[in-house]
Design a protein around this ligand. Structure first.
Ligand code: PLP
Length: 647
C-alpha cells in the first residue's frame, strides 16, 4: 500500500484510479462493498447483484437536500448482506460437517442501539431468524418492545436485579422467548425467587468463565479472572441449586464470550473446545441444554491485512463458523450428546461495514519551507549555519544533518528569547528548518531501514487537514483505544494525492486528531491526500464505523450527533429512506441543563441594556439576536456561508 506515491512525477491525469485503490487498500478492507470506479470516485456495492452507488455524488445530493456534513451514511443493504454472509457461513459449515443442530444469530443491541438500526436489523434478519441480545436493563426494554421479531428469542445478559428478572419472566407471556443468562452466582437466587413469586418457569442460561483467554485488545473479557461468568465450582453449585429448586429442566443454554475483535482463530478454537467440554459435562449432570451461545467477537479486518494485528483478524467468517461447528460436533459425538443449536452474538462484524462518515475538509495548512530569498554573508551565524546544513544533506548524512538542524533551531529559540535574534531571522530559521526536515524525510522514505528515531518526522512535517467533525463524537475509538479505521478521499482518485497529511477535528483538544492510518506492516502517521481546490469541496470518508462509535461518542466541546441518512438501493438508483437530523445546539445545551428560553432572555436583557447605554445600535442588536437564535436552532458543526445546512 505504502510508498506508491513517493514523489514519482507523472504528467497530470496520468494517475490511474487503480493506483488509488491500491494505495488506500480499499479492495483489502472493503469486503466487496467499497471500491474505486474509473471516474475516481468511491462507489458502494451493498449487494451481491453488484448495483452501485457513487458515494461522492450521493454525499453531494444529500448536502443539496440540506443534510450538512459531517454526515453519517448508513446502508441497510450492507447490513443485510452481512447478516446473510455470517448466517450462510454457518449453514454451509453445518452441511459440510453434517452437524445435527441448527444455527441462530442474535444481535447484541449494545453495538448500536439506534432505533432505525435495530429496526433495519430485525427487518433484514427475518429470513435468518435473528434474535436480540440485551446487555443491560435499558437494552432489555428495547429488546422486549421491538415489534417484528421472529420468535422473540432474546438473550438476557448483563447485571440483573430482581426487577430485570421479573420483567424477563413475564415477557414470556407476551410472546417473547427471553433466556436469562446467569452471569454472577447471586443472580441465580434472584431467578429462583422470581420464578416462585410469579409461578413462571424461566428459560435459564449459564455464562461460563473460561480459562481460555481471547486474543487482541479485548482479551481481558475471558480468562480465570474475567468480570463475568461462573467458575467451574459455581457451575457445579448452580446445577445442585437448580436441582433442589426443581428448575434444572429449565437450564437450556450455555454461554461464553471471550471479548470483542478476536484477532486469532486459535484463541476462538481453544475457547470453543473448553466450552464444548462444559457443555457435555453439564448435559451429563442432567441439564437438558439446547443452545450453546459462543458470544460475540467475530473480527473485522479494518486494516485489510488479514493478520492478527489488533485492527485485523487472521480468519474469515467461513473459517470462524467451520471452527465452531466442527469442534462442537466432535465434542458432542465423543460423548453422544445431542448437538445444540449454535447461537452467535456477533455485533461488530454485522454492523461495522454498513456506515460511512463523510467529512468535509475546511482548510489545509502545510509547513512553510520556502527558502529565504538568499542568506547574505551578513546574516546571523545560526541562519548561515542552518543554510549550510541544508546545502549539504545527502543520503549518507541525513540523520546527522537532522540532528544539527534541531540543535540550530533550539539555539535560535534561545537567542530569540534573549534578544539576540530578530523576528525576521527567527522566521528564516523556521523555514530553513522545515526545508531540512522535508529533505531528510525524502531520504527516510527512500531508505529501506530508516533510523527509528526519525519515525515521527512524517507526521511532524505532514500537512494539517482541518475537518468538520469531532473525533470524540464520531470515531471515539480512535481517541480511546487507538483503533484504526480505513480513511480516504471519496473523489479525485484519478489524481495523484500529492500531499501527506494528518486530520484535525473541530474540537480545541490536541487529541482531536487522526495521525495514524492503516498500512502494512505498520500503520503510517500521515495519509496521502490531495491539496483541496478553492471553491470545490474535498470530501473524506471514514469507513467501517457502524459498530460502537455512535453510542460511545461524547459531547466534547458540545459537538453533538451528526446528521444520519439511511440509503437503500432501488432498481433505478437509490432512495433516502430516512434522515435523522443531528443535534441542534439547543438540544446539546439541554443535555447539560441549559434552557434555551432562559439563555435567550439573558441575551435579550443584556442587549437591551447595551442599547439603552448606546453601546449597541438597534440594528446590531437585531443581528446579534438573530444569529444567537438561529445558532441555537442550528447544527453544532460548522455551517457553510449559504446556510443551507440546518440539521
Ligand atoms: C460486546 C458483547 C458482544 C458483541 O461483541 P462483538 O465483538 O461486537 O461481536 C456479544 N456478547 C456479549 C456478551 C458482549 O458483551
Amino acid at each position: 500500500m505504502a510508498g506508491e506515491t513517493a514523489a514519482k512525477k507523472e504528467p497530470p491525469g496520468a494517475w490511474a484510479p487503480e493506483r488509488s485503490a491500491k494505495l488506500y487498500g480499499i479492495d483489502d478492507w472493503g469486503a466487496g462493498y467499497y471500491r474505486v470506479d474509473p471516474a475516481g470516485h468511491v462507489v458502494v456495492t451493498p449487494r451481491a447483484d453488484g448495483r452501485a452507488v457513487d458515494l461522492y455524488n450521493l454525499a453531494k445530493d444529500l448536502e443539496e437536500r440540506g443534510h450538512a456534513f459531517p454526515l453519517l451514511v448508513r446502508f441497510p443493504d450492507i447490513l443485510e448482506s452481512q447478516v446473510r454472509r455470517i448466517s450462510e457461513a454457518f449453514y454451509t459449515a453445518i452441511q459440510e460437517y453434517q452437524y445435527a443442530g441448527a444455527y441462530r444469530g442474535v444481535f447484541p443491541i449494545k453495538v448500536n442501539q439506534q432505533r432505525h438500526v435495530v429496526e433495519d436489523l430485525l427487518r433484514v434478519g427475518k429470513p435468518y431468524q435473528i434474535g436480540l441480545e440485551a446487555g443491560s436493563k435499558p437494552e432489555l426494554m428495547i429488546a422486549l418492545a421491538m415489534p417484528g421479531q421472529t420468535d422473540g428469542l432474546i438473550i438476557c445478559n448483563g447485571y440483573k436485579d430482581p426487577s430485570y428478572i421479573e420483567t424477563a419472566l413475564l415477557a414470556q407471556r407476551i410472546g417473547r422467548r427471553p433466556i436469562v443468562v446467569v452471569e454472577r452466582f447471586q443472580e441465580l437466587e434472584f431467578l429462583i425467587a422470581a420464578s416462585r413469586r410469579l409461578a413462571i418457569e424461566p428459560i435459564i442460561g449459564l455464562r461460563a468463565r473460561l480459562g481460555t483467554q481471547g486474543s487482541g485488545r479485548w482479551e481481558g473479557s475471558g480468562g480465570h479472572r474475567a468480570k463475568f461468568g461462573l467458575t467451574a465450582t459455581e457451575m457445579m453449585e448452580a446445577v445442585e441449586r437448580l436441582k433442589a429448586a426443581q428448575l434444572l429442566p429449565c437450564l437450556k443454554l450455555l454461554h461464553f464470550h471471550i471479548g470483542s475483535q478476536i484477532t486469532r482463530i486459535a484463541a476462538l478454537k481453544e475457547a470453543v473446545r473448553e466450552a464444548s467440554r462444559f457443555f457435555v459435562e453439564l448435559v451429563d449432570l442432567g441439564a437438558p441444554l439446547e443452545f450453546l451461545d459462543v458470544g460475540g467477537g467475530l473480527g473485522v479486518d479494518y486494516d485489510g491485512s488479514q493478520t492478527e494485528s489488533e485492527s485485523s483478524r487472521n480468519y474469515s467468517a467461513e473459517e470462524y463458523a467451520a471452527s465452531v461447528v466442527s469442534l462442537l460436533d466432535e465434542a458432542c459425538k465423543a460423548r453422544q450428546v445431542k448437538p445444540p443449536t449454535i447461537i452467535t452474538e456477533a455485533g461488530r462484524a454485522l454492523l461495522a461495514y454498513s456506515s460511512v462518515l463523510v467529512v468535509e475538509v475546511l482548510d489545509h495548512d502545510k509547513v512553510d519551507s520556502s527558502l529565504p530569498a538568499s542568506v547574505p554573508r551578513s546574516a546571523h551565524q545560526t541562519v548561515r549555519e542552518l543554510s549550510k546544513v541544508l546545502r549539504h544533506i545527502s543520503s549518507k548524512n541525513y540523520q546527522e544533518a537532522y540532528h544539527d538542524a534541531v540543535e540550530l533551531r533550539d539555539e535560535a529559540l534561545t537567542l530569540f528569547k534573549l534578544g539576540f535574534l530578530r523576528l525576521a531571522e527567527r522566521a528564516d530559521v523556521e523555514r530553513l528548518f522545515w526545508a531540512v526536515s522535508e529533505k531528510v524525510l525524502g531520504f527516510v522514505r527512500a531508505d529501506e531501514y530508516p533510523p527509528p528515531e526519525l519515525a515521527g518526522l512524517e507526521s511532524s512535517v505532514a500537512d494539517r487537514f482541518y475537518c468538520n467533525f469531532s473525533v470524540f463524537q464520531s470515531t471515539p475509538d480512535i481517541w480511546a483505544v487507538d483503533q484504526l479505521f480505513p480513511i480516504m478521499p471519496i473523489h479525485r482518485l484519478d489524481e495523484e494525492p500529492a500531499r501527506r497529511g494528518v486530520l484535525a477535528d473541530l474540537t480545541c483538544d490536541s487529541d482531536g486528531k487522526i495521525d495514524c492510518f492503516i498500512d502494512f506492516p505498520k500503520p503510517k502517521s500521515a495519509l496521502e491526500l490531495h491539496a483541496p481546490k478553492p471553491g470545490e469541496p474535498y470530501l473524506v470518508g471514514i469507513f467501517l464505523v457502524g459498530a460502537y462509535q455512535e453510542i460511545l461518542g461524547d459531547l466534547h466541546n458540545l459537538f453533538g450527533d451528526t446528521n444520519v441518512a439511511h440509503v437503500l438501493l432501488t432498481d433505478e438508483a437509490y432512495r433516502v429512506e430516512s434522515v435523522v437530523a443531528g443535534d441542534s445546539i439547543a438540544e446539546v445545551l439541554g443535555y447539560v441543563q441549559y434552557d434555551r428560553d432562559t439563555l435567550l432572555d439573558n441575551m435579550r436583557r443584556a442587549g437591551e441594556q447595551s442599547v439603552q447605554e448606546k453601546r449597541l445600535t438597534l440594528e446590531q442588536y437585531r443581528l446579534l439576536m438573530r444569529h444567537y437564535e438561529a445558532s441555537l436552532a442550528g447544527y453544532t458543526y460548522l455551517v457553510a456561508e449559504n446556510g443551507k445546512t440546518e440539521p
